[in-house]
Each structure stands twice: as C-alpha cells, then as structure tokens.
Design a protein around this ligand. Structure first.
Ligand code: CU
Ligand code: CU
Length: 338
C-alpha cells in the first residue's frame, strides 16, 4: 500500500499519530475538516509514481499544507534533474475535493527563491492568492471549489515557462456534487509534462535548457514525472473494471492526445465537466493547462484480459517517454509490444 493510500485509507490512525493528517468530526459522525500536510506525507515514487487517485473524503473543508522544495529528481532511467517541486515530487501530490467544498491552502516556501501557486480550480483574485512569496514565507488562502473537473495547479512566478518546466505542478480533482454518473472500479491520475534538460556530465543532475523549451524541443515527455515508468510497472485493473483516468496536461507547451491502445472510451468529459460528456471516443486532446476525464470498461469479450497501452497519440512525444501499460487480469506483460 502506498503512503497516500495509507493516509487516505485504512491506515488513517497511523497517519494521525505522525501529524500528517487529521480529521475534525462533527455531529452525526461525518468529518467536517480534512487536513493533509504534504511536508509529512510524500507521494510514493518508487518503483513508479503512485498513479492511484486519492480516495474522496466527505469532509466539506479541505486543508492542504504544501511545502515548495528544490529536489534532485529522476526523470528517466539514469537521468536526474535539479527540479523545483510542490510537496517534494514531480508532479506534486494530487489533491481531491468535492464541488462546494471550502479549500484552504497553506503554501510554505522552503527554497532559496520566490515561488507561488496558481490553482485553475479557484475563482479568486490572483494578486492576493497567487502572489509570489519569498524564502521562508508562508501564504494561506481559501476558496470554494465551484467547478467540477480535473484542474492544473502550478507555480505562476515569472518566467512561468521556467517554473513549470522545473516541475512545479500538480492536479486537483473536484468531484461533481452529484458524482460522475458512473461507478469506477479503478481511478488513476495521469499528469503529462515535458522536460528540457541541459547538457550535464553523465553523473550530474541536469538543469533547464531554456532555449530548448522556447523551441518546444522536449527531451522527455512523460506521465507522472518519469519517462516510460509504467512500462515495467503497469497500471493494474481486473476484467470487468470501469477505469477512470483523470488526465491533466501540465505542459509547459505541448498538447496531450490521450488514447488507450485496444480500448474505446465510452465516456470522455472534456475539461472534466460531466455536463460535457462525449461517448465512443478514440483519442481526445488535453491542452497544456487543461484536464479531462476518460472512462473505459475492460469487459469480457471485448477489451478483456490483456495488455493495453496508454499514450499521447502524438507519437513523437510517446517515443520520448509518454507511454505506459495497463495490465488487465493476469495478462502476460512479455507479450506487449508497445
Ligand atoms: Cu516557482
Ligand atoms: Cu495556469
């Protein structure tokens, strides 16, 4: 079980004891406030970044403490990068709230330079909530999550291109007040993004190559921060499962043409609003700075037991790392050619 699973799931008491997570319980037994400190709970990134969506909470107030850090991150096998993060990982931890919730964010700058946070899910004056804070500073603000979807969150400190290419982004899921209209058996969060590392010694972490980023000449295009990581560590589903993918594209500059080889999406919610539902979709584009929900069923007699690949169908980018596998049932991975 992942750390995130432990915090959100049956291990909540364990997490309480280390102060990473807390719930305030109101009358009737329902929690009123959920607090998560991402300084104490890091998303599992080994052997692969944990792709499971956080479990929903009924608490109507969600509080997130998000430290910003500078970290050395492995962005491809044997390739490290001097990244900038929310919560110590690239991408940062996925957040999950429900439409109508009050969301309180405390941003803590543990780096030697200015950073900020921009939540696309927040209707709020940017000059207050999204302002840059300096080393050692904190900023707390709140907003009502009015709009359902999966939204980009990123550092908006200029130059924004640099702060995004360095890794400062994460996804926030806002579940619709009345749910998504289907019951998913598995839910995954996939954040697509690009890396533009400069030339570095073979053992040295790379830094940013701004010229390459301005030319959109990505060296790696990845899901959840590392090239090809889900080829050896596939997403897992069982035969008959309805699988929901929350796909957010952090860019900074390329689009994602999301597709699953061997499946058809019976539902796609462009911009992740269930009012936008499309049916029978092969590939759907997620713009830089956007998100969408994709659903498919791995049903017997159709996309049943087997190995499937998820890709951006812009194949130049898939070749740079934006491809992974989905193992359904007991299928033999060795037979997969994608
Ligand atoms: Cu920043
Ligand atoms: Cu933005």
């Amino acid at each position: 079980m992942s750390v995130r699973g432990a915090v959100w799931g049956t291990g909540a008491l364990v997490a309480l004891s280390v102060g990473a997570f807390a719930m305030t319980v109101g009358r009737g037994g329902d929690p009123t406030t959920q607090r998560i400190d991402f300084g104490a709970v890091r998303t599992v990134i080994s052997p692969a970044f944990d792709p499971a969506a956080p479990a929903p909470s009924r608490a109507r107030i969600k509080e997130f403490r998000i430290p910003m850090t500078h970290e050395t991150i492995e962005i491809a096998d044997g390739k490290t990068y001097e990244g900038w993060t929310f919560g110590g990982t690239i991408p940062g931890p996925a957040l999950r709230v429900r439409q109508g919730d009050t969301v309180r964010v405390t941003l803590v700058n543990e780096t030697p330079m200015g950073h900020s946070i921009d939540l696309h899910s927040a209707r709020i004056p940017m000059n207050e909530a999204f302002r840059t804070i300096g080393p050692g500073q904190e900023l707390t603000f709140e907003f009502e999550a009015r709009d359902a979807g999966v939204f980009m969150v990123h550092c908006g400190t200029p130059p924004v291109l640099l702060h995004i290419m360095q890794g400062m982004y994460l996804a926030i899921i806002v579940d619709p007040a009345d749910g998504w209209g289907t019951e998913a058996d598995k839910e995954f969060v996939l954040v697509q993004s690009e890396f533009y590392p400069n030339a570095s010694g073979s053992d040295e972490p790379a830094g940013p190559d701004i010229e390459a980023a301005l030319a959109r000449n990505a060296r790696y295009v990845v899901f959840n921060g590392k090239a090809f990581q889900y080829k050896e560590n596939p997403l897992r589903a069982e035969v008959g499962d309805r699988v929901r993918f929350f796909v957010m594209n952090a860019g900074p500059s390329l689009s994602s043409d999301f597709h699953v080889v061997g499946a058809v999406f019976d539902r796609v919610y462009p911009d992740a609003d269930p009012a936008h539902v499309l049916t029978g979709v092969q590939t759907y584009g997620v713009p830089a700075g956007g998100g969408a929900v994709f659903e498919t069923v791995f049903e017997e007699g159709a996309s049943g037991e087997g190995v499937y690949a998820f890709v951006t169908h812009a194949f130049a980018d898939a070749e740079k790392g934006a491809v992974g596998l989905i193992q359904v049932g007991a299928a033999d991975l060795a037979t997969a050619s994608h």
